[in-house]
Design a protein around this ligand. Structure first.
Ligand code: C2E
Ligand code: CA
Ligand code: CA
Ligand code: CA
Length: 278
């Protein structure tokens, strides 16, 4: 508890006072940060299991507050949702990530970028049009963009999700179900949703080498994904042992600290440059 005492960033801390002074400064500064482009995106590499090459990167929101220090992204998202500026924030992230991906391509790489969307984003009627606009602006092909949406979100708003996801998918944008295995999607739904990728939640991956249940779950999820023609990604791979096991199970892509932590844009570009030399 001591570690979290500073402002009570723990996600489900019910004692947290939403009207606390700190919270109010944060909220005001969040709006400023968005206006003044003060957020950063870090990029975590995703590698192909078959050859270890970087094939993608997940964009993760980072904000260093001048007084309070690092504010975790789920906290930022939650505040933005409450403030009613989540659409704006997500469009900001999308545009920034698309612009960055274009730079990778200018370096001769063909890595794609994955962006997380929140619940509310699927209700944004401008979402598709804006994504098209950004992809055109930076002359990036649709196939290099993946949007990640958590399983629970899709299931909660199935009707809405279905419409938006179909629109995105029609454009050629890839759709990934994030945190897969933590929600309750049935096979019937999975078949109906226009998805291209399953991202197995890190809670099943992190200790898989020590847990037979996790092994069963992950191996059958990979088979299920493949039988539906989907690409399967594992997140939260932290050790060689886990990496080897996941590869054996036939997972397509690997993401996790064992490969790399999320990196600032510049460091990720450097990684791409170094990789292209080998
Ligand atoms: P997520 O989408 O499930 O992202 C994966 C999280 O796992 C990231 O945490 C990442 O840093 C962390 N991670 C990656 N590899 C490992 C590993 O090997 N071990 C462990 N223990 N963790 C690993 P992060 O960056 O703190 O993000 C937390 C969540 O915040 C994300 O979970 C996502 O739901 C949300 N988020 C982050 N950026 C955005 C954004 O731009 N938009 C939206 N809507 N949500 C975002
Ligand atoms: Ca994600
Ligand atoms: Ca995830
Ligand atoms: Ca998550």
């Amino acid at each position: 508890a001591a570690k979290r005492k500073r402002i009570g960033y723990s996600r489900y801390d019910s004692s947290e006072n939403i009207y606390s002074k700190e919270r109010l400064t944060l909220v005001g500064d969040l709006i400023d940060a968005l206006e003044n482009d003060q957020f950063e995106l870090h990029y975590q590499p995703q590698v192909a299991a078959e050859n270890g090459r970087i094939c993608g990167a997940e964009a993760l929101l980072r904000w260093q507050h001048k007084e309070h220090g690092y504010v975790p992204p789920d906290k930022i998202i939650e505040m933005a949702e409450r403030l009613g500026i989540i659409h704006k924030l997500s469009l900001y992230v999308l545009r920034k990530a698309i612009a960055e991906c274009r730079r990778w391509h200018q370096l001769g790489s063909d890595v794609s970028v994955s962006v997380n969307l929140s619940v509310r984003d699927l209700a944004n009627e401008q979402l598709c049009a804006k994504i098209r606009e950004y992809l055109n602006e930076f002359a990036l092909d649709y196939r290099y963009l993946t949007v990640e949406i958590t399983e629970s979100v899709m299931m909660e708003n199935l009707a809405l999700s279905l419409g938006q996801l179909k629109k995105l998918n029609k454009l050629g944008i890839n759709i990934s179900i994030d945190d897969f295995g933590t929600g309750f999607s049935s096979l019937a739904y999975l078949k109906r949703l226009p998805v291209n990728e399953l991202k197995i939640d890190k809670s099943f991956i992190m200790e898989i080498d020590e847990d037979e249940n996790d092994q069963q779950i992950v191996s059958s999820t990979i088979n299920l994904g493949h039988s539906l023609g989907l690409k399967v990604v594992a997140e939260g791979v932290e050790t060689q042992q886990v990496m080897d096991m996941i590869k054996d199970f036939g997972c397509d892509q690997i993401q996790g600290y064992f490969i790399s932590k999320p990196l600032p844009a510049k460091a990720f570009r450097q990684l791409l440059k170094n990789a292209s030399r080998n």
